[in-house]
Design a protein around this ligand. Structure first.
Ligand SMILES: Nc1nc2c(c(=O)[nH]1)N[C@H]1C(S)=C(S)[C@@H](COP(=O)(O)O)O[C@H]1N2
Ligand SMILES: [Mo]
Length: 328
């Protein structure tokens, strides 16, 4: 029970997690408080929910407790400065500090997301309409980069499944592709090449529909910092970080498995699935352990990487019978 050793952070425990309908009811009650009802009469919100302090840098965007199984890890959240200062967002440069330095120029309004392909309701969503599609939830997920480091980030968003159901995929839709912004005027990294732009990623339909697959609009109780993928990005917690495309502009429903940017760039190293798997080495390094960002003091031990990044109980059955060495 390593989490008991963490200091200064009260970890949520399973019995603390308020089901979403209870939370929603409580929130409605709180909204009614303006009418004069004493707040004390309603009882306090669960303590753990208040543990993530808003950095106070961007517009607030809070979420209720998620009822999705496994949506709140017990691990201590990564300090905001690390989560927003050490990033991969190649459109802004390949150095870990480039996104924080250059993404400030990204314009996140107006912003639209096009829904295309095998759906009964294609169309274009304005970001502000999308924000209201489903109640925001806070999900504290581990994010494990294929490079061997990891973070724990309190995201704010809702399950991608909510949007998928709304646009009604046809029977031909087997894959969901995410196309991210490609704008050389705002993104200095595009000129350098390296990857195929726009950055594209994709999931199998059942992966996309899994309740843990999150469309995130915020983090740390505020709207997403640009360097983390504002105004919306995907977060697939059991896959390597690169599956979680930032600054999405298009979601396409496809019959055939599409190629992803990393597959195209380095086919010998990156496959379509890219599930976190400590037993499958990257061709150039081991994936058995990881360094938790924010814990990298002189004596910080590396952590063992967990199968499916620790989400095996929730997602393992999606891959039952698949050879995970072949489908890496
Ligand atoms: N559009 C885009 N999305 C992207 C990337 C990128 O370069 N461009 N990098 C990916 C990689 S490799 C990782 S590890 C995560 C990092 O997310 P974070 O910076 O919010 O931790 O974003 C992913 N999404
Ligand atoms: Mo990554």
């Amino acid at each position: 029970m390593h989490f008991l050793k963490d200091r200064g952070f009260v970890h949520p425990v399973g019995s603390d997690i308020t089901p979403r309908h209870v939370y929603a009811q409580r929130r409605r009650l709180l909204q009614g408080v303006a009418g004069g009802v004493a707040l004390g009469a309603l009882g306090a919100l669960p303590a753990a929910h208040a543990q993530i302090t808003r950095p106070g840098k961007l517009a607030p965007l809070t979420g209720g407790r998620s009822a999705v199984h496994g949506a709140v890890t017990m691990d201590k959240p990564t300090p905001y400065a690390d989560a927003t200062g050490y990033n991969n967002f190649y459109e802004f440069g390949t150095d870990k500090s480039d996104p924080a330095r250059h993404a400030g120029r990204l314009k996140t309004r107006p912003w639209t997301v096009a829904i295309e392909g095998e759906v009964k309701k294609p169309g274009t969503w304005d970001i502000d309409a999308l924000l209201k599609l489903s109640p925001m939830e806070e999900r504290v997920y581990r994010l494990r980069c294929v490079e061997g480091w990891s973070m724990v980030i309190p995201w704010v968003g809702w399950s991608l499944a909510e949007l998928i159901r709304k646009v009604e995929p046809t029977g031909n839709a087997k894959f969901v592709q995410f196309v991210t912004l490609m704008d050389a005027a705002q993104m200095p990294g595009l000129a350098r090449g390296g990857l195929e732009w726009p950055y594209v990623e994709a999931l199998r339909m059942d992966e996309a529909l899994h309740p843990l697959t999150l469309l995130a609009f915020g983090a740390y109780g505020e709207v997403l910092p640009n360097q983390n993928g504002a105004p919306l990005r995907l977060v697939v917690p059991w896959k390597y970080g690169f599956k979680s495309g930032k600054s999405i502009v298009k979601i396409r429903f496809l019959e055939k498995q599409p190629k992803t940017s990393w597959e195209v760039a380095i086919p010998s190293e990156y496959g379509f699935y890219s599930n976190v798997n400590p037993k499958v080495d990257h061709p150039r390094w081991s994936q058995a352990t990881e360094r938790r960002i924010g814990e990298d003091g002189l004596f910080a031990k590396k952590r063992p990487t967990l199968m499916f990044n620790g989400y095996e109980p929730q997602v393992g059955q999606l891959y039952a019978g698949m050879d995970l060495k072949k489908f890496y």
